[in-house]
Write a protein that binds this ligand. Structure first.
Ligand SMILES: Cc1cc2nc3c(=O)[nH]c(=O)nc-3n(C[C@H](O)[C@H](O)[C@H](O)COP(=O)(O)OP(=O)(O)OC[C@H]3O[C@@H](n4cnc5c(N)ncnc54)[C@H](O)[C@@H]3O)c2cc1C
Length: 508
């Protein structure tokens, strides 16, 4: 296949670029490849909202910039922070023009929530299902453009890079199990996060780091991979899927307590429940280590229950399915993997270090988050960088699309037992969960890296010239990303933001 623009991923980042290009160039072709259903993404699960300065009387861009820089712990790129924050209102208006409904106060103005690390109310939201509403509206908008072709259940396997540039991607049609090449003038990675490397994560099943692994295989620059954000309050349950109890619940006034009812966060930070995520997560980890308990609790019983239900209907309903009535019961919570602050390095135009290859959204590393992401800044980053890529491409001459057919004989079928993939995946998840968590140490990291390199080399041998199932390719990608994550963790000599190694000083 041939296309002018190939976009890999149909979350907020990929869809936003597609809509803008489709509107600007109705005669040009855009293909969106997405490996699951069109809506399955981390975007779909975002709860709290999108951080934008909308109350210009009490709030100010400078305060949002300052909050972002503080959270990033000295490693943000100030210029990037400034332009992302100040572009927020325009990009938010665009989302609303595309049909996204955000909650409004009685006077008709946007209802603004407050989350950990923010000095003011500025989180625009749709109840506790902001991502679902955004994905619905943006997907509907993309469908209205005839020049956007969706290929759902198509898995991008590898980037096609030759003659010093990216010329598209090799793609697996999951329905029929066949691979083919899509040649493109420009390729945009919008493949999201890496949560599925961990046993416990808030992320969607699609979050296997594919885009980052593909970028690593073509030697694109990747940075800040050690900065993994752990969300402090995922519901503690026996269920395989980890359900998130939004940060906004603490912003709304919930207390974080131990089993004795003690608000222990004030023992660690004067901001208590509203300290930034890394501090809250580490404090919970320390509290659990001290007590030997399995979880701590969120107490919402003192809050106005009608208002709480109105703001958080999905959370209230989900808790009830687990037998927790939030008006009388404490909610058991633990910290789990949530967000990757680093990723594929891009410049202000969203360009990677590989010619004609772009990246935006959670798979990219823009410099906004530094060592830690401020809550609700990621949806904002995704729309701002989607716009930046669009602005660059709008003024860039279309490239002739190359076409060299990939010989079918080049690929042989390879039977790989499903049990092998499942077993290896399970061991990998346990290893990463245990050794690359909230608190790391050099010895465990070194052992982990040795194991990962053996697995990576084995996967690459199997992958050469073979058709393999999607599950194997996801495992291969997770291992590739894990090598990068562990290497970056080993190399870091100073604890910053959400990164904490017990023995950093020893290795300086
Ligand atoms: C539970 C939860 C709550 C959150 N709450 C908030 C919040 O309140 N505010 C906020 O700002 N952020 C929040 N986040 C983070 C935010 O949702 C994500 O960072 C953001 O949505 C990422 O968007 P994206 O478009 O980059 O990736 P995603 O939305 O994850 O989309 C990635 C897309 O790429 C596709 N894809 C991946 N690999 C391949 C491949 N190999 N081939 C083809 N397609 C592929 C996927 O199928 C998917 O369509 C939350 C995240 C989670 C998990």
């Amino acid at each position: 296949m041939k296309t002018d623009y190939l976009i890999i991923g149909s979350g907020i980042a990929g869809l936003s670029v597609a809509i803008k290009l489709a509107e600007q160039f109705p005669e040009r072709k855009i293909i969106i490849v997405t490996k699951s259903s069109k809506e399955e993404s981390n975007t779909q699960y975002a709860q709290g909202g999108i951080a934008v300065v909308m109350d210009k009387i009490n709030d100010h861009f400078e305060k949002h910039i300052e909050d972002t820089l503080i959270c990033g712990d000295g490693l943000c790129n100030r210029e990037v922070v400034e332009w992302v924050v100040t572009e927020g209102p325009k990009r938010l208006q665009e989302l609303m023009d595309w049909g996204t409904q955000f909650d409004r106060a009685e006077d008709g103005t946007l209802d603004l929530g407050k989350e950990g690390g923010h000095s003011y109310h500025r989180v625009v939201h749709h109840k506790d299902q902001t991502g679902k509403e955004i994905e619905r509206a943006v997907l509907a908008k993309a469908h209205r453009h005839k020049n956007i072709q969706f290929l759902d259940y198509h898995f991008a396997v590898d980037l096609l890079v030759f003659d010093n540039g990216c010329k598209g991607a090799l793609v697996l049609n999951e329905r029929i199990g066949k691979q083919f090449a899509i040649y493109a003038g420009f390729t945009i990675l919008a493949t999201g996060g890496i949560g599925q490397l961990y046993r416990k994560t808030t992320n969607s099943v699609i979050a296997t780091g594919d885009g980052i692994a593909m970028a690593i295989r073509v030697n694109a620059e990747v940075n800040d991979m050690e900065f993994i954000q752990f969300h402090p309050t995922a519901l503690y349950s026996k269920a395989a899927h980890t359900f998130l109890i939004s940060e906004a619940v603490r912003g709304f006034g919930a207390y974080l307590i131990n089993k004795n009812g003690h608000r222990f966060l004030f023992d660690y930070d004067s901001r208590g429940e509203l300290a930034s995520r890394d501090i809250v997560s580490r404090s919970i980890a320390a509290e659990l280590k001290k007590s030997g308990d399995d979880c701590v609790f969120l107490d919402t019983t003192h809050l106005d229950q009608n208002a709480f239900k109105k703001h958080f209907p999905a959370i209230v309903a989900h808790c009830l399915t687990e037998g927790i009535d939030v008006s009388v019961d404490w909610i058991p919570v633990i910290p789990v993997q949530h967000y990757l602050c680093g990723g594929i390095t891009v410049n202000g135009n969203g360009q990677t270090s590989v010619e004609n290859l772009f990246a935006c959204g959670e798979c990219s590393r823009t410099g906004l988050h530094g060592a830690n992401r401020l809550a609700s800044n990621s949806l904002l980053e995704a729309v701002v960088y989607a716009h930046r890529i669009f602005c660059f491409l709008k003024d860039t001459e279309l490239l002739a699309v190359p076409f060299t057919s990939v010989s079918k004989e080049q690929f042989k079928e390879y039977q790989i037992p499903a049990e092998f993939i499942m077993e290896r995946d399970s061991v990998l998840k346990n290893l990463i969960q245990q050794n690359v968590g909230i608190v790391r140490n050099m010895e465990d990291l070194e052992d982990t890296l040795r194991q990962l390199i053996l697995w990576r080399d084995e996967c690459e041998r199997i992958s050469q010239n073979h058709h393999l199932p999607k599950e194997f390719m996801e495992l291969r990608n997770k291992i590739t990303v894990a090598v990068s994550l562990v290497t970056a963790s080993l190399n870091r000599t100073e604890n910053k933001g959400c990164f904490f190694k017990e023995d950093t000083a020893r290795f300086k």
